[in-house]
Structure formats: C-alpha cells, structure tokens
Design a protein around this ligand. Structure first.
Ligand code: OAD
Length: 231
C-alpha cells in the first residue's frame, strides 16, 4: 500500500503543445515575469495581465492531454495505494487526462478569483478587465493564478501528504521555483524514495535518489508500468 506523491511542472504538458517557461524560447523569454506574474504587475497594467492569461487559457483549451497525463490517471486508478498529483501547471490537462486526486498549487486558468472577497467561479475563455464578482459585485475579477510573492494553494495538505509518502516523483519541472523545488528535500527527510523524471537534470537534481531522463510521453508511462508491475 505505497503512498505516492507526484509533483508536475510545465515539461509534462510540453508535448501537448503548451510552452514551458524557461526554455530558450519559452514564456519567460517572451514576457517579463514582473509584468505578467506579480500582483504589482497586475496593479500597474491589468489589461496586459488579463490578456496574457486569456491567451494561455485559449491555448490550453485547444491542447489535449498526452500519454504522460493519461499514465498518471491510470496509476491513480490501478495502484494499490494512494496517489496524489500536485501540479504547478495552470492548464487542466491532468483532470482532462483523468486524474482526480489533484492539487493545482499555482492556481488554474479556468478559474476566476475576486480580489476583494476571494470568491471563485469558472473563468470565461476571454476574461474582461474589471469584471464584476458574481458574489459581492466588486469589479475585482482576476485570474485565479498564484503570482510571485503570493502563497501557493493547499500547502498544509501538500506537506502532510509528502510527510507520509513512500515515493516522491517530480516530473517536468526545472526546480527553480520554491516552495515546489523544496519538496524533494522534505520527502527525503521524511524517508521517501525520490525520483526525478525530466528531459535533463533539474536545478535540484542532485537531491533525488534516481533520475529517468527523456520525453515525458515515453518516460512517464514506462515508470507507471514499472510501479503497477510491482503492486
Ligand atoms: P520550467 O519551464 O522552469 O521547466 C520545465 C522543465 O521541463 C525543464 O526542466 C525541461 O527540461 C523539462 N521538459 C521540457 N520538455 C519536456 C518533456 N517533453 N518531457 C519531460 N520534461 C520536459 O517550468 P516549471 O518548472 O513548471 O509559476 O516552472 C515552475 C513555475 O515557474 C511555474 O509554475 C510558473 C513559472 O514561473 C508561476 O507562474 C507562479
């Protein structure tokens, strides 16, 4: 009955056609983080920020879950034990791939958040700047995305799961953004086996017990098969 916690990042959605952040031509080469992914950037130019997430929401809606997303859903369905996927991704490819026990620690493109009363609702594909909150009426709708300087969601639940994990796996993440990049250290401290699945070693790669390198659509299904064979 092993407990598995899986952290995913942009690399798992890359083969679905969604750009990663830190590739040479990735999102952060095209946009300044401080303009589009901070509360200060939103206060300065809400239209630019809303447009950035409208563009990403549209692209995510056109993308399809790939073999890696589907393999994690199969693991959750068939593994003799608990499987929790914690994703830094704001696309919905894990849920469309079939994952159910899933935490979006950096928020979700398909959700809108009221900056005044914290009410959440389904975001339209094209969000309008200053749209009214359906609960309190304030013209304070924002993308439900965790920006730099804000606290990621559900950290208590995540750390609790990591502290009880037998296996911790990070997939398609460069290990540059905390607290997610610190999960491997927490998992190792708690006694979990740790595995990195990525195209290349990440910034925290040396902290993992093991690495499997290659494109996620090949490495993730192969790893899932190996776990299910052992069950
Ligand atoms: P990055 O763009 O930093 O890293 C993506 C990782 O995926 C890199 O290590 C790539 O080598 C790897 N990769 C690329 N293609 C792959 C493939 N086909 N198969 C397997 N691995 C592949 O993205 P994240 O680590 O997810 O936060 O970035 C973390 C956070 O930084 C994001 O959630 C976002 C960003 O700023 C916020 O916006 C708050």
């Amino acid at each position: 009955m092993s407990k598995i916690v899986i952290l995913t990042g942009a690399g798992i959605s890359a083969e679905s056609g969604i750009e990663t952040f830190r590739a040479e031509t990735g999102l952060w080469a095209q946009h300044r983080v401080e303009d589009v992914a901070t509360p200060e950037g939103f206060a300065r130019d809400p239209a630019l920020v809303v447009e950035f997430y409208n563009m990403r929401r549209q692209l995510a809606a056109e993308a399809l879950p790939n073999a890696a997303h589907k393999a994690l859903a199969r693991l959750e369905e068939e593994h003799n034990g608990d499987v929790l996927v914690v994703t830094q991704n704001v696309d919905d490819l894990h849920e469309r791939g079939g994952s159910k026990n899933l935490i979006h620690m950096h928020g979700a493109l398909n959700s809108a958040l009221c900056a005044v009363c914290q009410h959440r609702w389904d975001a339209p594909v094209t969000m309008q700047v200053g749209a009214a909150c359906p609960s309190c009426g304030a013209q304070a709708a924002r993308p439900d995305i965790v920006w730099f300087g804000e606290m990621p969601y559900q950290m208590d639940r995540i750390f609790d799961a990591i502290s009880r994990a037998d296996i911790f796996v990070a997939i398609g993440t460069s290990g540059n953004v905390y607290p997610a990049a610190g999960f491997v250290a927490e998992a190792a401290r708690a006694g979990a086996q740790t595995l990195e699945i990525n195209l290349e070693r990440s910034a925290v790669g040396a902290q993992f017990d093991e690495a499997q390198l290659g494109p996620a659509t090949q490495t993730v299904p192969a790893w899932v098969d190996s776990i299910l064979r052992r069950d």
